[in-house]
Ligand binder design. Structure first.
Ligand SMILES: [Zn+2]
Length: 230
């Protein structure tokens, strides 16, 4: 376990995503991504705790005991339980028999979704490895992806939402002109065309959710999309 204190994330889930998480109304893949972000982010943990309190107070004010129980039992407690399981990514590899190659990069909420005990990096394309993750959501492809240092994802658009949560290293986005580091969320919607580049100094590991295929804009991108099957 590292004693080094990592900087707090600069890019967070949207307020509505935190609300869906706190109320237990979001899709499982989204709740999972938010839960993983919370392991890095004190600010969003406080936000979710506040939303829990507001929800419970609203139910109290309405004087509806049944509804209050429903809120606390089905939503807020569930979110609180997930948050209470939070751990830093550094802690995550310290238990559970994670193999060395994944140790230190898989937040605890993610572990039950690994398709095999411990998970294992698999070749996806030159410079890209992945670990597929299983969720009950049919319309989303969720996986851990490791890009080699200096890797460039060619210009592309999206047929559906894309969510990246950076677990290690960093990646730049041509659309926002921003670099995203550990714990940061980078969200790309259908109208966003961009390329992405991994820092030349270290690999980047990200939790990636795609709700539709990529739309490559170059020949290299089309080849890559065929190999990667996104
Ligand atoms: Zn946050």
């Amino acid at each position: 376990m590292s004693s080094e204190i990592a900087p707090a994330p600069s890019h967070h889930p949207a307020p509505e995503d935190l609300l869906e998480y706190a109320t237990g109304t979001g899709a499982e893949w989204l709740s999972l991504l938010v839960a993983c972000h919370l392991t890095f982010c004190e600010r969003c943990r406080r936000e979710v705790a506040m939303l829990d309190e507001v929800g419970a107070a609203l139910m109290d004010a309405a004087g509806n005991d049944d509804a209050d129980d429903a809120w606390v039992g089905a939503a807020a407690d569930d979110a609180a339980a997930r948050i209470s399981e939070r751990t830093t990514a550094d802690d995550a590899g310290a238990a559970g028999g994670m193999p060395a190659q994944l140790a230190g990069t898989v937040p605890r909420p993610l572990r039950p979704y690994l398709s095999e005990p411990g998970g294992r990096w698999r070749f996806l394309a030159p410079g890209i490895q992945h670990v597929p993750l299983q969720t009950p959501d049919d319309d989303v492809q969720l996986r851990l992806i490791k890009f080699r240092a200096g890797f460039v994802i060619p210009p592309h658009g999206h047929e559906g939402l894309e969510w990246l949560l950076i677990l290690d290293g960093d990646i730049g986005d041509s659309h926002t002109g921003t670099r995203y580091g550990r714990g940061d969320v980078c969200c790309s919607d259908v109208d966003k065309e961009h390329s992405q580049d991994v820092s030349p100094s270290e690999p980047c590991i990200a939790l990636v959710a795609n709700l539709g295929p990529l739309i490559p804009k170059t020949m290299l991108g089309r080849v890559l999309a065929k190999i990667v099957k996104i």
